[in-house]
Design a protein around this ligand. Structure first.
Ligand code: S3P
Length: 158
């Protein structure tokens, strides 16, 4: 059963996954390999619905793995994904308030975020409000990462 990290963009899913398991799987990285192009380019060419289809397929493939998996922030948008995440008892929600996440995103070196590049702060906040209860509904464990160091977060997860 994999440990699956979920949460909004900027929650630190990839950073924490890497520290939990050096063989972790980053779903966005895998998708970039499959697409042969950056995620923002894939969004421009084929749209978000196509992206979600590939993302769901990959989650299904990974659901029987034993590794740590970091998901993309939109993984909870599809019901089939939520069902898989709910069935997996090691689904961990890295939770932070919107303003903290927004500040982090502004200084995050990961620039390949189509939703961030195309939406205003108010639109992102609306997305956050839609997703927050979805992350909650999928999580076997909730870790508040707002004012914690990676070390403290890791201790809570392990
Ligand atoms: C997305 C988040 C991104 C990536 C894609 C869509 C989203 O991942 O999957 O740009 O819908 O929130 P991160 O959460 O790792 O930034």
């Amino acid at each position: 059963m994999p440990k699956i990290l979920i949460g909004f963009m900027g929650a630190g899913k990839t950073t924490i996954a890497r520290q939990l398991d050096s063989n972790f799987i980053d779903m966005d990285t895998k998708l970039i390999e499959r697409f042969g192009m950056p995620i923002s380019q894939f969004f421009d060419k084929f749209g978000e619905i196509a992206f979600r289809k590939y993302e769901a397929q990959l989650l299904k493939e990974l659901s029987t793995s034993r590794q740590v998996i970091s998901t993309g922030g939109g993984i909870v948008m599809l019901e089939e994904n939520r069902k898989l995440l709910q069935e997996n008892i090691e689904t961990i929600f890295l939770r932070a308030d919107f303003d903290t996440l927004y500040q982090r995103l502004l200084s995050d070196p990961k620039q390949d975020r189509p939703l961030l590049n195309h939406q205003s702060k108010a639109e992102l906040k609306a997305l956050f409000d839609i997703r927050e209860p979805l992350y909650m509904s999928c999580a076997g464990k909730i870790v508040d990462v707002t004012a914690k160091t990676p070390k403290e977060i890791l201790e809570e997860i392990r």
